[in-house]
Design a protein around this ligand. Structure first.
Ligand code: ADP
Ligand code: MG
Length: 238
């Protein structure tokens, strides 16, 4: 059974439909990439899955359970945004612990989870620092850490690397790939960068103007693009 299912999901803002009949089944531990030009509805789709945005019609199911009306905190989902605002007055440890404290985890478990996440992300030596004392890449790791400590079933990342310079972006891509192999988590990763999509995804969803164009493995997308849009977006020799 697919862990996360979207069935005929539609999103309208006033009169305009920005996501049309979105149908997708995402397997547990899959790394799914959502790719498409700016404005095609990627962030809106993630926000609906996270529960940050209501859906106009359709169904979202997690483990066979309808979550349409569940609050974000009850969905076992964590999201990392493009602009990863850390709390400036808190140090790295406190930033990572914040969500767990809110959810009233025992102190011992908070410490254990933060340390474990810090180890995975190699930021153990930075736990006492404030965000302003960190580099861009280090801040991004903290933002990832803040999401990992919750050990969510589904991890949503919305263009998490787009504020980093090219060199760091390549490095962080590798970090996320490593992370993915260590965690028992399903990833949905949004990007408008074809290279990122092709190198990271088990499967890729290509979107255009709110419609899914094709869902397939990087290899199949490249070899058998369904239309000109997919071909040109993926860079196939079609
Ligand atoms: P992407 O993440 O692919 O760049 P978005 O999901 O952010 O695209 O946006 C998809 C479309 O929905 C865009 O046309 C955008 O202007 C519109 N949109 C997004 N959020 C809102 C909103 N809160 N109100 C009205 N229109 C919105
Ligand atoms: Mg977006």
């Amino acid at each position: 059974m697919a862990g996360l299912v979207l069935r005929n999901v539609v999103k309208k803002f006033e009169q305009s439909t920005v996501v049309h009949n979105f149908n997708l089944e995402i397997e547990d531990k899959e790394f799914l990439v959502l790719v498409g030009p700016s404005g095609c509805g990627k962030s809106t789709t993630l926000r609906m899955i996270a529960g940050l945005e209501g859906i106009s019609s359709g169904e979202i199911m997690i483990d066979g359970k309808l979550v349409n009306d569940l609050a974000p905190k009850d969905r076992d989902i964590a999201m990392v945004f493009q602009s990863y605002a850390l709390y400036p007055h808190m140090n790295v440890f406190e930033n990572m612990a914040f969500g767990l404290k809110l959810n009233k985890y025992p102190k011992k478990e908070i410490v254990q989870r933060v340390k474990e996440a810090a180890k995975i992300l190699e930021i153990e030596h930075l736990l006492e620092r404030k965000p302003k004392e960190l580099s861009g890449g280090q801040r991004q790791r903290v933002a990832l850490g803040r999401a990992i400590v919750r050990e969510p079933k589904v991890f949503l990342l919305d263009e998490p690397l787009s504020n980093l310079d090219a060199k760091l972006r390549v490095q962080m891509r590798a970090e996320i790939a490593k992370l993915r192999h260590r965690l028992k988590t399903t990833f949905i990763y949004v990007t408008h960068d074809q290279t990122e999509a092709m190198t990271m995804g088990d499967r890729i969803v290509v979107m255009k103007e709110g419609f899914i164009q094709q869902v397939d493995t990087p290899m199949n997308l490249y070899n058998q693009p369904k239309n000109m849009f997919v071909a040109s977006f993926i860079g196939s020799p079609a």
